[in-house]
Ligand binder design. Structure first.
Ligand SMILES: CCCCCCCC/C=C\CCCCCCCC(=O)SCCNC(=O)CCNC(=O)[C@H](O)C(C)(C)COP(=O)(O)OP(=O)(O)OC[C@H]1O[C@@H](n2cnc3c(N)ncnc32)[C@H](O)[C@@H]1OP(=O)(O)O
Length: 163
């Protein structure tokens, strides 16, 4: 899959309203994740605009966490679909939620430059999936995520799952 193909979010959850990655959110970030052609990594690109400023000229760390959170979660979900030998968007839908978001801020992250998020699943996978994610601005590694996502049955989550 390449970035010319539909994003995993658009295939799997076009009606999603997550602020970070929901295709149907009116003003959200619309993060788009794609399998890399190496078949191992999932990649997203995002250029933060000036409104996401933290320290002058630099990206607010919370926004960076949002990017890593959503992209890593979609990496986990894409992995589960592929492990079952089927495409995102086929039924039954696979849903994961963030159980643990780990993030190291390695270097200041600039505003107004394309960021590349590159994530992959690490280790044994069951209901719980560990995802490693690197954020690069050009050649510079600016952040590193190490997070846990847990597959959930949304029918059992009750009203919390309706959002
Ligand atoms: C929550 C409602 C949302 C529903 C919507 C679903 C639709 C999704 C559709 C499309 C997604 C697009 C949107 C992406 C958005 C970005 C991601 C977010 O912002 S998600 C929101 C933030 N996250 C939460 O609100 C989770 C709140 N926490 C929980 O609900 C539970 O704690 C949960 C489900 C994570 C686990 O609870 P247990 O009772 O089902 O399962 P146990 O047995 O505790 O854990 C399972 C395994 O995970 C490990 N685990 C659990 N918590 C951990 C942690 N904090 N760190 C490390 N491991 C953990 C455990 O050790 C266990 O591992 P072992 O199988 O024994 O190896």
């Amino acid at each position: 899959m390449t970035s010319d193909s539909p994003a995993i979010q658009d295939l799997a959850h076009a009606e999603g309203i997550c602020y970070g990655c929901g295709p149907a959110h009116p003003t959200g970030l619309h993060i788009k994740s794609h399998w890399h052609e190496d078949g191992v990594h999932v990649v997203a690109r995002f250029t933060p605009s000036d409104e996401f400023v933290g320290w002058p000229g630099l990206l607010y760390g919370g926004l960076l966490a949002m990017l890593v959170d959503c992209h890593s979660n979609w990496t986990a979900m894409a992995y589960h679909y592929r492990a079952q030998g089927r495409a995102p968007g086929t039924l039954p839908a696979i849903h994961c939620v963030t159980a643990h978001l780990g993030l190291d801020y390695v270097k200041p992250t600039p505003l107004g430059r394309a960021l590349t998020l590159t994530a992959r699943v690490e280790g044994e996978v069951a209901r719980k999936t560990r995802v490693l994610c690197e954020v690069h601005a050009g050649d510079v590694l600016t952040a590193r995520g190490d997070s846990i996502f847990v597959q959930v049955d949304v029918d059992k989550l009750g009203s919390a799952a309706q959002a």
